[in-house]
Design a protein around this ligand. Structure first.
Ligand code: ADP
Ligand code: 5GP
Length: 207
């Protein structure tokens, strides 16, 4: 496992099902990396555990936390609320940890606009194809087609957000994608990617 020195924020966003949660879990195995566990009002999936995958809370509790300004950012996504705890994130950054976020474009915007004194790198994950994305969603949602449909409906809108991110990757082979992301995270140089190629890929996903 590699070792990282100073605290920074690394955000992964994607259309639902592209694989960001899987990637975040892999990245968090690196030394000095900490995953920001979000609060959510969504129901847990069968394999999800409270305080490991999310803090699963009621809408009432979530609204109280908003009032108390406990969130660094929060947003309504697919009819549920999701938010990152300010205290936990800032404490970890102050302790020199790299904090990794699995959040949507709305939350990413909020964090970007806060202009915190920590390094911020935002990464957008694309699926290799629409067919593969559908397959992944069906597998994860255990054939709960209502949820799959809802998420596929937002797919095109979510996709258009790639332009707001510092770096864009295609999650075809998981290991290659992970290595690609780690290379970017470790890089001290200015981040660039082939925008022409990504634009072409997005066009294909939209067709
Ligand atoms: P997201 O967090 O972006 O909604 P997940 O990480 O939950 O997506 O991944 C959705 C499903 O796709 C999961 O069942 C996961 O195991 C699978 N998956 C993720 N990445 C890949 C990949 N590169 N190849 C095949 N399946 C993948
Ligand atoms: P899921 O229900 O699949 O776990 O997550 C749905 C969407 O909510 C994903 O795009 C995920 O990145 C986003 N999300 C998860 N946690 C947070 C959070 O704390 N804040 C924001 N803004 N989005 C989140």
């Amino acid at each position: 496992m590699s070792s990282f020195k100073k605290g920074g924020m690394y955000v992964l966003s994607s259309p639902s099902g592209a694989g960001k949660t899987t990637l975040v879990k892999k990245i968090s195995k690196n030394k000095n990396f900490f995953t920001s566990i979000s609060h959510t009002t969504r129901q847990p999936r069968s394999n999800e555990k409270n305080s490991k995958d999310y803090y699963f809370i009621s809408k009432n509790k979530f609204k109280k936390l908003i009032k108390k300004k406990e969130f660094l950012e929060y947003a309504k996504v697919f009819d549920n609320y999701y938010g990152s705890s300010k205290e936990i994130v800032i404490n970890n950054l102050q302790n020199g940890k790299n904090v990794i976020f699995d959040i949507d474009w709305q939350g990413t915007r909020q964090i970007r606009n806060k202009k915190l004194k920590y390094k911020l790198l935002t990464i957008f994950v694309l699926p290799p194809s629409k067919e593969e994305l559908l397959k992944r969603l069906i597998k994860r949602e255990k054939k709960n087609l209502k949820t799959v449909k809802k998420r596929m409906k937002e797919f095109k809108k979510d996709l258009s957000r790639w332009m707001e991110y510092d770096y864009v990757v295609i999650n075809d082979d998981l290991k290659i994608c992970y290595n690609n992301i780690m290379r970017v995270i470790k890089s001290q140089k200015k981040i660039t990617f082939d925008k022409k190629f990504i634009r072409k890929h997005v066009k294909k996903l939209l067709s």
